[in-house]
Each structure stands twice: as C-alpha cells, then as structure tokens.
Design a protein around this ligand. Structure first.
Ligand SMILES: Cc1cc2nc3c(=O)[nH]c(=O)nc-3n(C[C@H](O)[C@H](O)[C@H](O)COP(=O)(O)O)c2cc1C
Length: 263
C-alpha cells in the first residue's frame, strides 16, 4: 500500500509535526506501508491565471502543466493521501488554495474515485475545523471516496507539543482512516457528488460534435454514459434513482442552456 503525504503549507511547522506523528502510528500498525511526499513550497506553482484552458481544452494546456502533472500523477499512483494543511485565517493557506484552483477542472471531470484522504490541520486558537472542512468539501468533487478530518487546536505558533488528548485523537482518527484504506472497500457516494456526475454527463453526452462551444467535458463524459456513478463504486437502489432524476433534470436543462467559456 502506498500513501502520499501532501504538505499543503508553506513550511514544516506544527501541522507537519503532527502529520509525522500520524505517519508513525500507521507504521506501528503496518510497517509495510510505503510513503511518498509532496511539499508544495518546493514546487513553486505560479498563481492560476483564470485562462480556463483546463475546462475548455484540457488540463494539459494549462500554462503550469509541467508543475501540475507530476502531482496529479502522484495522487493517481497512491492508495490514499494525507493532507497536512495549517489553518490560515480559518481557511486553506494561499499556497494550497492556489493548488486547488489548478485542480478545479476535476469538478467537471472527476477521476480519483477509489482514493481516501485524511486531512490534518492545526490552528493557533480557532478554526482548524473550517480549514479541514474546506478541503473535505473540495476533494469529493475530484472524485475522492471518503475524507477523514483531524482538526487540532495547537495553542502555539510553531512550538506545538501535542497533549495526551491530542495524541489519542490523532491515533484514533488515523487508525480509522488507515483501516478503511486497507480494507479496500469503497463507500456509497453522497448526493452531493451524484449531482455534478449526472448533470455534467447529461449536458455533455451527445454534445461531442458541438462546434461552436467545444469543451473537454464533451470528450470526457461519453465513457460514463448510462452510469449513475463511477464503475467499481457501490450504489444503493435509492442513490441510483436519485442519480437518474438528476440526469433527467440535466437533459431538460441542456435543451435550453448552452454553457460557454467564450472569451
Ligand atoms: C498567516 C497565518 C494565519 C493564521 N490564521 C489563524 C487563524 O485564523 N486562527 C488561529 O487560531 N490561528 C491562526 N494562525 C496560527 C496557526 O494556525 C497555527 O500556529 C498553526 O499551528 C500553524 O501551523 P503550521 O505551523 O503548520 O504553519 C495563523 C498563522 C498564520 C501564519
């Protein structure tokens, strides 16, 4: 099993130290797990320019594709990701927000359907929870199957010494995350991800020949035609019906609506 540890902060501070503790807990449970790391601060991805090339022509036409593709591939090649994200003003640090902006095309064309995430954040006093929640709201849009959250109040600016209670909580959540990854079982998707999956599919399938407003989405969705969610992910009968209803709404809307990225 391979776990990617993703440092989404600008340095190795309190959050990184807590992340290292979580890593040790996993190694104690299973010493065969392989870890690899990404440190966003080493990669220097320029700000997203808002060119919309990723939406219209495909993410390979992003002006920063050479910096992004290796990270996209690293996520693809692992079984799960631990995101280490300090709380800056109750939200993701700018360096991480910039990364998620570059990944926004995945909200239209999701792919990481079998991946699970653990999101760790520390804060000086307040809002670690809004930080982990912000990323946990984004990752399912990229396809992530399940997100565990570990928000911790460190009461420290770079000199965090975890309390016994913090260590217990870190152990409990990390273990739950790890055993879930190890089980290899996928979870039934929430309605929140069935909406974009079925709406985009309804709007884009049969739109491949669109000449006036061609978008990469039109090339992407035909492979999922007729599927209410990604293959290999379990669905209940109820969720299938919900997906089908969303799809029908999308079909109706697509008769009246033209989505354009015209500049
Ligand atoms: C730019 C910046 C913004 C911060 N915003 C908050 C905040 O909104 N709430 C808070 O309680 N602490 C805030 N802090 C304190 C950090 O969240 C806290 O020290 C955290 O443990 C930092 O993690 P790190 O050492 O991994 O960067 C902020 C610190 C920085 C540098």
């Amino acid at each position: 099993m391979k776990i990617l540890i993703f440092n989404g902060g600008p340095h190795k501070g309190n959050t990184w130290r807590l992340t290292q503790i979580a890593k040790k807990y996993i190694q104690k449970i299973d010493n065969t797990v392989q870890f690899c790391e990404v440190h966003l601060s080493d990669i220097n991805i320029p700000f997203c320019t808002g060119c919309s090339n990723c939406f219209r022509k495909g993410h390979k036409t992003c002006p920063h594709h050479n910096k992004m593709q290796p990270i996209i591939d690293m996520i693809e090649e692992c079984d799960a990701v631990i995101f280490s994200i300090p709380c800056f003003q109750g939200h993701l640090p700018g360096i991480m927000k910039n990364f998620t902006d570059h990944m926004a095309f995945m909200l239209h064309r999701p792919r990481y359907f079998k991946k699970k995430a653990l999101i760790i954040s520390t804060t000086g006093g307040v809002s670690a929870e809004s930080t982990t929640k912000a990323l946990a709201a984004t990752l399912p849009g990229w396809g992530f199957n399940k997100c565990y959250q570990l928000p911790i109040t460190a009461l420290s600016w770079n000199d965090y010494k975890p309390t016994e209670k913090d260590l217990r909580r870190t152990y409990d959540i990390t273990k739950k995350f790890f055993l879930d990854v190890k089980s290899g079982k996928a979870h039934v998707p929430g309605v929140g991800v069935l909406i974009p999956f079925n709406l985009f599919q309804a709007i884009c399938v049969d739109n491949k020949g669109e000449k006036e407003y061609p978008t990469e989405d039109n090339n992407f969705w035909p492979k999922y035609n007729g599927m209410r969610y990604a293959p290999g992910i379990p669905m209940t009968h109820f969720k299938r019906v919900i997906g089908w209803l969303i799809y029908q709404i999308g079909k109706k809307l697509s008769q009246k609506m033209v989505i354009t990225y015209r500049k």
